[in-house]
Design a binder for this molecule. Structure first.
Ligand code: NAD
Length: 328
């Protein structure tokens, strides 16, 4: 039997790199595409094309001869990045996604998975720390907080219309804060779990206990370990479900609690210095009812276990970089 041929866009990034590994384990022929190579490990993709997917022709090259597209490429980062680059994010991601879908159609690719985000959910449902978990149907009436979320929502609709008008078999997943080793941990695009692991590793090395937290730290989120995320993606692609679906954990904790758990793993009693910074919505959690129904599965790896693996990897990164003394 010939192997299925999968294009993974964003294969140089955190989730894309892990996904390539999983698809290779599953016997796929994989073409990875990204504007950059994976930062921390060599790719296992059969082909890796360094291409800018904002450019139309590059999408035709990327999609040529493929059976499936797993569309992960995006100009993105944590709250610090997303809240400060609205125009750039909307412009770049709209170009990438419009071109990726249309090139897949023109090249006759039958199946496409699009990675959306919990950031599509309306701000008015996320104004307190103790919010109700977000169900898929809560997306409308739409009011995402940032341009990042608006663009994701428009591309969700693009997938729906390509399915209805052209018969493309699409999947749409809404991630809720995915974390784990081999993800960005410094430089401004890192997300809260990686940033806190780095700050705590740096504090520990400096025999200091103080770390900075953006805002009062009472803002809440749920966090999902990368291995569960990849399992969920593969199960979703195998399923027949074509509507948007949450993929995340449904255990909601505050950023202060997250820092305490990581401090416990590091063996450091963390002193929190609360500073002004971008916080995003006040509270957010995933309602996993649909996920359980559709996939007969939900994320299994505990926050403590996932953070243990992540902290260990980030501490190694911190200890092996000379820049360490400049971090706070
Ligand atoms: P990431 O930033 O590590 O990976 C995205 C990759 O896209 C990067 O390697 C980047 O170089 C690439 N890219 C950006 N612009 C490009 C361009 N013009 N041409 C080609 N490649 C380009 O992010 P990630 O965490 O791996 O996220 C993967 C997908 O999941 C993204 O679409 C993201 O929006 C979505 N998502 C992630 C999370 C999360 O918690 N990590 C949450 C919600 C949604």
């Amino acid at each position: 039997m010939t192997a299925r041929r999968a294009l993974v866009t964003g294969a140089g990034g955190f989730i894309g790199h892990h996904l390539v590994n999983r698809l290779k384990d599953d016997g796929y022929f994989v073409r990875g595409v990204d504007i950059k190579l994976p930062q921390f490990q060599d790719t296992r993709a059969d082909e890796f094309l360094q291409l800018d997917l904002r450019v139309w022709e590059n999408n035709l090259t990327a999609a040529d001869g493929m059976d499936e597209v797993w569309a992960l490429a995006a100009d993105m980062g944590g709250m610090g990045f997303i809240s400060a680059h609205h125009a750039e994010i909307l412009h770049n991601n709209a170009l990438i996604n419009l071109h990726t879908l249309e090139a897949a159609r023109q090249k006759g690719v039958g199946k496409l998975l699009y990675t959306s985000s919990a950031c599509i959910y309306p701000e008015y449902l996320q104004e307190g720390t103790d919010v109700a978990p977000l169900k898929e149907a809560d997306a409308y009436p739409a009011q995402p907080q940032d341009a990042y979320g608006w663009e994701k929502l428009v591309t969700e609709r693009l997938c729906m219309h390509y399915r209805q008008d052209y018969g493309m078999d699409t999947r749409i997943v809404r991630f809720h804060n995915i974390f784990g080793p081999l993800g960005t941990w410094d430089g401004g695009r890192e997300k809260a779990p990686a940033a806190l692991c780095r700050k705590i590793a740096v504090a520990k090395r400096a025999a200091n206990s103080e770390i900075e937290i953006w805002g009062d730290g009472e803002q809440t989120r749920s966090f999902c370990y990368i291995d569960d995320c990849i399992t969920g993606l593969v199960l979703l692609m195998q399923s027949a479900w074509q509507e948007p679906i949450n993929l995340g954990q449904d255990r909601m904790i505050s950023i202060n609690e997250l820092a305490d758990i990581i401090g416990g793993i590091a063996g450091l009693e963390v002193a929190k210095k609360h500073v002004v910074g971008p916080e995003g919505v006040r509270g957010r959690n995933s309602d996993n009812t649909l996920l359980r129904e559709v996939l007969n599965w939900e994320p299994k790896i505990s926050l403590e276990e996932g953070l243990g693996r992540t902290y260990e990897w980030i501490e190694q990164q911190v200890l092996s970089t000379e820049k360490v003394m400049s971090y706070t």
